[in-house]
Each structure stands twice: as structure tokens, then as C-alpha cells.
Ligand binder design. Structure first.
Ligand code: CA
Length: 226
């Protein structure tokens, strides 16, 4: 397993490198954006850990350019900015997951493991679950060919659910991924938005099998069930 860390704060970069090496990962580090991009573009990595704010080329630019060049290596973006807009912007740029600074190393490790295990669904690929389709590039969502209109938050939530099809996701996980803990988010926000999505993608299509399932006491699971 080979990981690329692109992070200009030497202390954090070296902390991540040492921690991952203890876990037997092979780690390359770049301390600025342009060097990081060249490595990411030229070598084959299993996961890229990418800081958002970097000298010479930002994390967003690196993300966008890699995806445009057809590089679909999973990217975990590190960001001190945990507001919704930044996350949505990052998802648009092609990042696969986020981690807000400061973070616990065990959390970073868990995210890296999850990303490396995941079948590499191409970021620009149209996602499909049963008769539901989501196009991450054009933001189009359809079910049985009929267009569904979603807000940005609903779209981000649905994309996250579709990329984690079959997994049980807690309300906290959804809140953290789509809204982040430190923005003005209420404890029931994820639940409320799940309700909006249900109305639009399931209840509006009564002949189709529901895709959003409540797992009592845990959270939600997305996907086609028998
Ligand atoms: Ca930085």
C-alpha cells in the first residue's frame, strides 16, 4: 500500500508519515502543491492525503486537475475549513472524503483504510442504484428516466449515500460528511434531509422499491434490497 501525503506543514506531514509507516504503509511526502501534483500524476498510489491550503497549487486545483487527467486515485482531503460550502466545493473538485484539522491519527487511519478498500468507482462515473441514477458531473438525478430536482445539500447527501451503498451509516456520519460538526447544524438535520430525499426519490416513485432504509437504533442504509 502506497500513500502520497501532500501537506506543507512539516510537523503534520511527518506525523502522518511516521504513523502510517508504523502500520507498514509506504509513504511519499510532498511539502508543496506543484511537487505533490507531479508525484500524484507520475506515480501510482493507493490513496492520496491532500491538504487543502498549499503553496504553489491548492488542494482543490490538484484534485480537479488529477480528475480531469483521468486519475481516480482516492483522495482524502485535509481541511481546517469545515464549512459546508468548502465541502461541497471539494466534492465537486473530486475529493472522496474529508478530515477536519485537527484530527486523531486513528481517525485518519480509519479513513485511509476505508478509501483503499473501496472499489475504485470513478469519480465522474454515473452512479446507479436500481432505477435511480446520479451524475456527479452534470448534477442530474433521475429515477425511471424522470428528472428529480434536488438542493445542493440533498444532492451531496444522496451522492454520499450512493457511494456507500449497502453500508449502515449513522446520523453523525452523515452530518459530519455533508454538513460538518462545527457549522450551524441541528442534531436532527440529517434526519430532516433524509426525509426530504425520501419524498423525492422513494415516495414519488411508489412502483419502485424504496432505496433509503432506516436501521433502527443505528441510522440508515441505502440501496436495493430484496
Ligand atoms: Ca496547509
Amino acid at each position: 500500500m502506497k500513500i502520497l501525503v501532500i501537506e506543507d506543514e512539516h510537523r503534520i506531514a511527518n506525523y502522518i508519515k511516521k504513523g502510517l509507516e508504523v502500520k507498514s504503509y509506504i509513504v511519499d511526502v510532498a511539502y508543496d502543491g506543484a511537487t505533490g501534483f507531479d508525484l500524484a500524476d507520475g506515480e501510482k498510489y493507493d490513496v492520496i492525503i491532500l491538504d487543502r491550503m498549499l503553496p504553489s497549487m491548492t488542494g482543490m486545483e490538484i484534485c480537479r486537475q488529477l480528475r480531469t487527467a483521468g486519475n481516480h486515485t482516492p483522495i482524502l482531503m485535509l481541511t481546517a475549513k469545515t464549512q459546508l460550502e468548502d465541502r461541497v466545493e471539494g466534492l465537486d473538485a473530486g475529493a472522496d472524503d474529508y478530515l477536519g484539522k485537527p484530527f486523531a491519527f486513528t481517525e485518519l487511519l480509519a479513513r485511509v483504510r476505508a478509501l483503499s478498500r473501496r472499489p475504485q468507482k470513478q469519480v465522474n462515473e454515473v452512479l446507479q442504484s436500481g432505477s435511480l441514477q446520479l451524475n456527479p458531473t452534470s448534477f442530474a438525478v433521475t429515477r425511471t428516466g424522470k428528472s428529480i430536482s434536488l438542493s445542493r445539500k440533498e444532492f451531496a447527501l444522496l451522492e454520499f449515500l450512493m457511494r456507500h451503498e449497502g453500508q449502515v451509516l449513522s446520523k453523525d456520519q452523515l452530518t459530519e460528511q455533508v454538513w460538518s460538526y462545527d457549522s450551524d447544524v441541528l442534531p436532527n438535520t440529517a434526519q430532516v434531509y433524509i426525509g426530504y430525499l425520501r419524498n423525492k426519490i422513494d415516495r414519488a416513485f411508489p412502483k419502485e422499491k424504496p432505496l433509503i432504509h432506516t436501521v433502527r437504533g443505528f441510522g440508515y442504509k441505502f440501496g436495493v434490497t430484496d
